[in-house]
Design a binder for this molecule. Structure first.
Ligand code: ADP
Ligand code: MG
Length: 360
């Protein structure tokens, strides 16, 4: 007997999941639970095993080892159509010769839902993605964003418990992608179903997700909420893949922080003092050498004007290099350019140092 799902039963549970293709170990032991109704992201660089994990959840690939459970039921040996999940692929995979409505209704037809109900539910799903009135068009007569929404409507019409999305916004330009991100989130909230989003775009993962799993070389390095992942990265890889990599280690860590180890500090936490401010022994904070503050002197290697902020890359006298963001309260692009090569003093609160563990 399959276990009866309760509210505590995870929508998806992966245990000891592995997948090898000949000599390639695509997935090297993944353990993960995703809660019912969660918006979950799998984030990682190309080739880190995200798609393979998604395909094993959907049933398109059989694991070399380990199990997949959906709502408490072991589905490892079941075919895709026997699983209560739907996958949206990057290329949307719409049928070009069918109308939009036929595309959306297709999954219902396969499930032998009566014609009148099919049409009604397809129209309802199209309303849900704001494509009312587009039912008679063909995919070729739609924009990229509209095709994306048809693919979503087609997935949602069968009311799956779990929706798997593999880089669903990858084909869209930046503006449209940002717009669709907001819509994805709204659709997920309204439908109340579990979304698993595969993406290599950290901004997308941070914006949309309740939790994020960071993938590296077939393994998960960290599972955390966006804020935890950003503020408390567990590994050097997680720290560098999410946000700007800013690590201090070796002699530089010892000299600047007085501790050995590897530490991450986010660029926006660092204050950059230049000119006369940098020359003050106290670093412009009152001059009492406050023990709560870290200080590091160096030379500005790069100054990039970004509109709201200027990004400063500083080579430290102690060795190593840190990036800092400076609010452009009254600076301009020309001022930024003049900073290149200048001496600088970096100052930040000690509590923003995050000790990084050894790589998994
Ligand atoms: P991601 O989605 O994170 O980019 P994938 O899961 O697609 O990564 O791929 C992980 C690794 O497995 C890669 O090295 C990829 O080349 C390999 N791989 C994926 N599918 C196959 C396959 N069908 N045959 C052989 N190797 C594969
Ligand atoms: Mg992929």
């Amino acid at each position: 007997m399959p276990a009866q799902p309760t509210s505590d039963t995870p929508a998806i549970a992966l245990r000891g999941l592995r997948k090898s293709y000949d000599r390639v170990e695509a997935v090297r032991g993944v353990d993960l639970e995703i809660a019912d109704g969660e918006f979950f992201a799998m984030l990682g660089p190309s080739g880190s095993g995200k798609t393979t994990v998604l395909r094993m959840i959907a049933g398109f690939e059989a694991p070399t080892a380990g199990t997949v459970e959906l709502a408490g039921r072991d589905v490892t040996r079941l075919a895709p159509f026997e699983r209560d999940v739907h996958t949206v692929f990057q290329d949307y995979a719409l049928f070009p010769h069918m109308t939009v409505e036929q595309n959306v209704a297709y999954g219902l037809k396969v499930r032998r839902v009566p014609r009148a109900e099919r049409a009604e539910r397809a129209r309802e799903a199209l309303r849900g993605v704001r494509l009312e009135g587009f039912g008679d068009r063909r995919p070729g007569q739609l924009s990229g964003g509209q095709r994306q929404r048809v693919a979503l409507a087609r997935a949602l019409v069968t009311r799956p418990r779990v929706l798997l999305l593999d880089e669903p916004l990858g084909a869209l330009d930046l503006k449209l992608r940002e717009q669709m991100q907001v819509e994805l989130k709204e659709i997920q909230r309204a439908a109340g179903i579990t979304f698993v989003l595969v993406t290599h775009d950290q901004q997308e993962a941070l914006t949309l997700s309740d939790r994020i799993a960071v993938f590296n070389a077939g393994r998960i390095e960290q599972v955390a909420t966006p804020a935890e992942l950003y503020e408390r990265p567990a590994t050097a890889f997680a720290a560098s893949f999410v946000g700007t990599s800013n690590l201090l280690d070796g002699d530089a860590a010892e000299q600047v922080l007085g501790e050995r180890g590897t530490f991450s500090v986010r660029p926006e936490k660092i204050r950059v003092l230049t000119g006369e401010d940098a020359a003050q022994p106290g670093g412009g904070d009152g001059g009492d050498g406050d023990a709560k503050l870290c200080r590091a002197s160096g030379r500005i290697a790069e100054a990039v004007y970004l509109g709201e902020t200027t990004r400063l890359v500083v080579d430290l006298d102690a060795g190593g290099r840190l990036t800092a963001l400076r609010q452009n309260l009254d600076a301009s692009a020309t001022d930024s350019a003049a900073l290149r090569g200048a001496r600088a003093l970096l100052v930040w609160d000690r509590r923003h140092n995050v000790r990084i563990g050894e790589a998994a």
